[in-house]
Design a protein around this ligand. Sequence first.
Ligand SMILES: Cc1cc2nc3c(=O)[nH]c(=O)nc-3n(C[C@H](O)[C@H](O)[C@H](O)COP(=O)(O)OP(=O)(O)OC[C@H]3O[C@@H](n4cnc5c(N)ncnc54)[C@H](O)[C@@H]3O)c2cc1C
Length: 344
Amino acid sequence: MKTSAEIIIIGAGPGGLACAKKLAENGRDVLVLERKDRIGPKICAGGITWNGLLCHVPEELLERTFYDQYIFSNLQHIRLREKKPMVATINRKNLGRWMARAAKHAGATLTIGSTVKKITNRNILVKGPDGNVHDISYRYLIGADGATSMVRRFLGIPTKKMGIGINYIIDEQYQKMEWHLNSKLFGSGYGWIFPHRQTLSIGAFTDQRNLSAAVLKKRLLTWAKTRGYDLSGKKAAAALVNSDFQGCFFNNIYLIGDAAGLASGLTGEGIYPAIISGEAVAKKIIDPAYPADEIFAMKKKQQQHYKVIQLAAKYPLLSSLLMEWLVVLLRIKILDFHILEMAE
Ligand SMILES: Cc1cc2nc3c(=O)[nH]c(=O)nc-3n(C[C@H](O)[C@H](O)[C@H](O)COP(=O)(O)OP(=O)(O)OC[C@H]3O[C@@H](n4cnc5c(N)ncnc54)[C@H](O)[C@@H]3O)c2cc1C
């Protein structure tokens, strides 16, 4: 383990890896620390919107691509179709491997099994794979450490807008990608069925202030049964998704992806914002005059999504009506499906 690095990135998710690659390509000394023993696996449905995905991921990494999206509300059931795929699914393990390879190839150092335990203004303490605690100093520190970011806590930034997602992976093949805006069960959130090559991700996402994890899980099981899937007895995985954006740049300390709170509070989409903010922070370190407009574009999208959540929370009795209205607007094409994406 090194005793110093110009730039330390905590977390080797898509945000940390995208940032590491860009910095290393520009000749910077980058150390990425990842607490897990493998890079990639993450509780996630693996949905990537086409606009957000196009320029970032090679086609062979895609599990399935979908030209149709099936959207269900309490009263309606619609199919949206486009000439190019609207959403694709991706396996997080494969994405992580591919991104890690690219970051290493660019010259970044990646260390797995390394948990950051303490942060100060000039150094961090890391429990390494050897079990020892190492003291590493830095010039720049990047928090790419996810929704419960330690770097964010070190900066004293609270997190109020948090989503919760629960995911089941089952061994089954299915053709349709489905979104269920069932407001009675999920409030402003939704239940999903996202097919992968050999498996199916079935889950639900909602604003944490709407429902507790236990209630969300119960409702997810009830709803899944109505779709013909008995998930009781199967292993659920749950995690938080941070959509409380308060900024990325804090002198020589930076936040990206979920640590920065850049995911959508409405859909839970966070892979694209993580990659884009990772690259933007790298560009800002390389050239401090870089305006990072892409981050502010995502902030704007996130705020639009938040308005729907706020309306649903303020008028719970009207939230059913709001979802029906949203589906009508999508059906008659006054609203474009892409407004649900974090990408432009
Ligand atoms: C159920 C569920 C379904 C989802 N589905 C989708 C989806 O379909 N599409 C989509 O776009 N998004 C989805 N998301 C959101 C998406 O997974 C995240 O927004 C995205 O992974 C954020 O990327 P990141 O790089 O910011 O952080 P992460 O991917 O969370 O990576 C953070 C990394 O930091 C590491 N780390 C944390 N603390 C430390 C420490 N102290 N020391 C060292 N390492 C540390 C972690 O081990 C982790 O590897 C979903 C989320 C959930 C919970």
